[in-house]
Design a binder for this molecule. Structure first.
Ligand SMILES: Cc1cc2nc3c(=O)[nH]c(=O)nc-3n(C[C@H](O)[C@H](O)[C@H](O)COP(=O)(O)OP(=O)(O)OC[C@H]3O[C@@H](n4cnc5c(N)ncnc54)[C@H](O)[C@@H]3O)c2cc1C
Length: 486
């Protein structure tokens, strides 16, 4: 008909992926290996949260903050700081962070695109179970993967809607949320890993930081209780104000910045800061993507519901990564999403046996100083799973290397089944804990027992000896060992 633009035919793919984070990339690469076509759809930056505004930029700046802290706080007698020490140019630090992010994104994400593996810019939304719409274009697929990740959870607090606040998106690059000026003072709401990592980082760059959390201690959920206690002490020793059992009732701004009415225990307090950072957890991006139109359901925690093969209730639609939250032992972490993306693509596109995600052994780290490393069950979980628990926390000062390098902050705890002696979980706070935890993880993959940690010759003096000493303490007093004797 004259004057009417013909509607473009939909493009068709073997796998249509909503999102382009680490979960999506792993799925698209697996599709490529299977010689299938895949398209990812991205509304922000290619690569998703981890590379652009999560893992990579945070770890880059956290290390810079450690250099500043160590320069000002030499822990050896004989080393004294003279003169002003290191000075911090936050803008330049942010600029170098952006360069690192750009170069990593180019190497690990952008350069992989091409051929039958493409990305489309725009926001994707299911129009029915077989098609999504992106900026007015229709893309159809044989199979779909929802890998839309998560975003900061914003709590319901009186006045918050009219207050400018930061979220972890402050680490982003090329978006308005990026923070380029170092605040003089910062109030952080939340006591999870993001609050801790960013709180210590800002404090070390020179910001006066207050961390407030409604729980009785930091890291209240999913961690051994000792970890939150130790980190609270470490933070206070560094001059960070830690308020637990603290609830923000309302917030507003005045000429100086943020004013928050806070209830701490039974007392009311007014907290002031130049900036406010909301770090109260993350929620899956399962809304606004037309899941209802596709017939895909979401649970009360906003997680896209999947079975152990990562299939939603609609057999050709899969979901993986942050958007499935904590189902089937999953956790919101990059390597978890990558593993799941590959499994989902395999189950969607390969003819052989379906695969399932195994969340029994997931090593995790919190990149504070000292760092935290965890894997497997906490004592509470082991008891809930009806194990008779042999669970013993030991101070990291028992590890020769910790004493040798004059950093004895932390602890190590093994959670073992008291009947079989199988190690079910490990938690460690201490120098290099984020690396040491891999030994425990590998051992647990093969159902190692306490004796296996003792039998393995460990490098002396190393922080990994923490694991051996913890295991030895099942039968001997670890305070009465000589050097590396067993
Ligand atoms: C500050 C911070 C630090 C972190 N540090 C670590 C760490 O050290 N180690 C670690 O393992 N994990 C870390 N994480 C967690 C990690 O970043 C996430 O678990 C991981 O990025 C999740 O990957 P994903 O692919 O599932 O989701 P994402 O990476 O979030 O990707 C989802 C993508 O989908 C896009 N999207 C959403 N909706 C739509 C739509 N409708 N249309 C088109 N696109 C859409 C989003 O823009 C996003 O880019 C950190 C997170 C944060 C915030």
């Amino acid at each position: 008909m004259a004057g009417r633009t013909p509607r473009k035919a939909p493009e068709h793919f073997d796998l249509v992926i909503l999102g382009s984070g680490s979960t999506a990339f792993a799925a698209a690469l697996r599709a490529q290996e299977l010689d299938k076509s895949a398209v990812m759809i991205e509304q922000r930056s290619v690569g998703g949260t981890c590379v652009n505004r999560g893992c990579l930029p945070s770890k880059n700046l956290i290390e810079a903050a450690k250099l500043v802290y160590d320069a000002h706080n030499p822990r050896y007698p004989g080393l004294t700081q003279e003169g002003p020490g290191l000075s911090v140019n936050f803008r330049e630090l942010v600029a170098q962070k952006d360069e690192v992010v750009e170069s990593y994104r180019q190497k690990k994400y952008d350069s992989l695109l091409g051929g039958r593996f493409t990305v489309r810019d725009g926001s994707a939304r299911f129009v029915d179970a077989h098609a999504v719409e992106v900026e007015g274009r229709r893309l159809t697929g044989e199979r779909f993967l929802v890998a839309t990740g998560s975003r900061p959870h914003i709590p319901d607090i009186a006045g918050l809607e009219s207050v400018p606040y930061l979220t972890s998106d402050l680490l982003t690059h090329g978006e308005v949320e990026e923070l380029t000026e170092l605040p003089d003072s910062l109030l952080i709401l939340g006591g999870g890993y993001i609050a801790l990592e960013l709180g210590q980082m800002f404090a070390r760059f020179g910001t006066a930081v207050t961390i407030m959390d409604r729980n009785r201690q930091l890291l209240a959920h999913g961690y051994e209780t000792e970890i939150g206690r130790i980190m609270g002490q470490v933070f206070e020793d560094e001059g960070i104000d830690v308020l637990t059992n603290a609830t923000m009732r309302s917030v507003h701004t005045d000429a100086q910045g943020i004013v928050a009415d806070v209830q701490v225990g039974s007392t009311q307090r007014t907290l002031r800061a130049e900036r406010l950072l909301i770090a109260t957890g993350r929620r899956p991006n399962s809304d606004g993507i037309g899941l209802e139109a596709a017939g895909v359901s979401v649970n009360a925690r906003h997680e896209v519901e999947v079975d152990a093969q990562l299939r939603t209730g609609v057999p050709h639609i899969f979901a993986a990564g942050d958007v499935i939250g904590r189902q089937h032992g999953s956790q919101m972490a990059t390597p978890v999403g990558s593993r799941q993306g590959a499994i989902a693509a395999h189950n969607a596109l390969a003819a052989d046996e379906p695969r399932t995600f195994d969340g029994r052994v997931i090593p995790r780290a919190i990149f504070t100083d000292p760092p935290v490393g965890i894997v497997g069950m906490t004592e509470e979980k082991a008891v809930a799973a009806e194990h008779r628990c042999w669970c013993r926390p030991l101070p990291i000062s028992l590890v020769p290397r910790a004493g040798a390098i004059r950093d004895t902050r932390g602890f190590v705890k093994m959670v073992a089944d008291a009947d079989t002696n199988e190690v079910l979980g490990v938690a460690m706070v201490g120098v290099n804990a984020s690396e040491v935890i891999h030994e425990a993880a590998m051992a647990m993959r093969f159902h190692a027992k306490l004796a296996d940690f003792v039998d393995l010759l460990h490098i002396y003096p190393s922080m990994a000896e923490a694991l051996k000493i913890a295991a030895i303490s099942r039968s001997k007093d670890p305070a009465r060992l000589s050097c590396c004797a067993e």
